[in-house]
Design a protein around this ligand. Structure first.
Ligand code: MN
Length: 323
């Protein structure tokens, strides 16, 4: 049979494409016993900021988006850093022994690993796909030292800081170290979504008991993919694109790698991409209290900050309430 002329072949491919799309819809419908009921109000991008090169710890080169001058705070979120380098000199100095009080730190690893030790005697190795959710509460002293695998010097991960309300700032510290296999990966529309915390596509992430009820997910979209999922209307939300580029909201605001997008009110997250995108999506219930920060301490007042510094100097930071 002779090869059809070009326009016909194109039409045939187009028809195949739409058939494929229909098949994907059918499969999704069958896969979810109930059709997904989604809220209607998409969250639109209200601000886009570029992550800024920053040096932290003992000399770690990273990129800070949230917590930078352009966006000091997005209640309850305090900071988001991305560390991504093939050069050990960029990350090897690490974060030797340092304290925290009054908030939570979340480490999420894509490549390489972080070795952590703390004043409670915890010791762990966070490799690719691991999450560590640390509620510092009353106080902890720990070290976080990057270690690369023998096969690759690549280090790629994130640290997020989330605030605690006054009533929880001095709680007993708590660690949740989460192995990759405990983080469900769920298909939502065209996306593969790793659900770290909160509920997405009928699956709930393994991190629980967090006072700000966060929704944290790692979203991977292939070329020409799109995704929609519900985000609690009560929450503040933002997105950090770490690979490729995505268009967010009904306004299809373009957000590229290394950019953070603050989302406005609504209850629906929507993203689409032309060439593919990987992004982290965060939502959390705002606390609505005054924030006083000094380095690794986040309290409500300057007096409480002074107390934290004093307690660190005198060893009381890691004395747990009630002995
Ligand atoms: Mn730390």
């Amino acid at each position: 049979m002779p090869r059809p002329p070009e326009p016909t072949r194109r039409a045939a491919l187009a028809a195949l494409g739409s058939t494929g799309a229909l098949a994907a819809c059918d499969r999704r419908f069958l896969f979810n016993a109930h059709a997904r009921e989604l809220p209607s109000r998409p969250r639109e991008v209200v601000q886009v900021i570029d992550a800024q090169p920053t040096i932290e710890g003992a000399g770690v080169h990273l990129r800070r988006s949230l917590g930078s001058r352009a966006l000091p705070l997005l209640d309850p979120f305090l900071m988001l850093d991305e560390f991504h380098s093939d050069r050990p000199e960029d990350y090897a100095p690490g974060f030797p022994s340092h304290p925290h009080r009054g908030f939570e730190t979340v480490t999420y690893m894509l490549e390489g690993a972080v070795e952590h030790r703390d004043s409670l005697g915890n010791h762990g190795h966070l490799g690719p796909g691991w999450t560590q959710w640390m509620t510092a509460g009353h106080g902890i002293i720990h070290s976080e030292m990057p270690v690369h695998e023998p096969s690759s010097t690549r280090m790629w991960g994130f640290q997020l800081w989330i605030n605690l309300p006054a009533a929880k700032k001095l709680v007993r510290p708590r660690y949740q170290d989460v192995a990759p296999e405990r983080i469900p990966e769920v298909a939502v529309d065209d996306a593969a979504v790793r659900v770290v915390a909160g509920e997405v596509g009928g699956r709930t992430g393994p991190v629980d008991g967090i006072v700000t009820a966060p929704q944290v997910m790692d979203v991977r979209l292939g070329a020409r993919g799109s995704v929609r999922h519900a985000v609690p209307a009560t929450h503040n939300a933002f997105v950090y694109v770490y690979d490729g580029a995505a268009e967010l909201g009904a306004g299809r605001a373009k957000v590229g790698a290394g950019q953070l997008a603050v989302l406005g009110p609504g209850e629906l997250f929507t993203a689409r991409t032309t060439a593919g995108a990987r992004l982290l999506s965060f939502a959390g219930r705002p606390i609505g209290e005054p924030v006083a920060r000094y380095g690794p301490f986040v309290m409500n007042t300057d007096d409480e900050l002074r107390q934290a510094v004093d307690d660190y100097r005198t060893g009381k930071l890691i004395e747990l309430p009630g002995g």
